[in-house]
Design a protein. Sequence first.
Length: 109
Amino acid sequence: MPIDPSGPTVVATEWALISVATVVILARLYLRLILQRRSLLASDVLMCAAWASAVALASFDIYFLRIGIFKPGTTFDLAGFEGTAQEAENFYKDLIGPKMHRGEHQNQL
């Protein structure tokens, strides 16, 4: 039996994990900068960049939840999507960019 969590469950889980990661990252930065008085390492910068990426992804998921992308039965190609054609077009634009959506990527290669 496939696991099919609801949209609100996915978003809530994402933000709960981001909250935990925020506390851990802030503790690490506090330890490194304040207590140890050392400079940041490349791993610290990459960790902060990964956190920023997670926040951006979770923010998009809130928008996708609002327009109905996370309803049960909706696939990545939007089969089963009950929204308007404009909402579907906006989803593709937000997901892959406006130029790629219109097929202009072939001219860029």
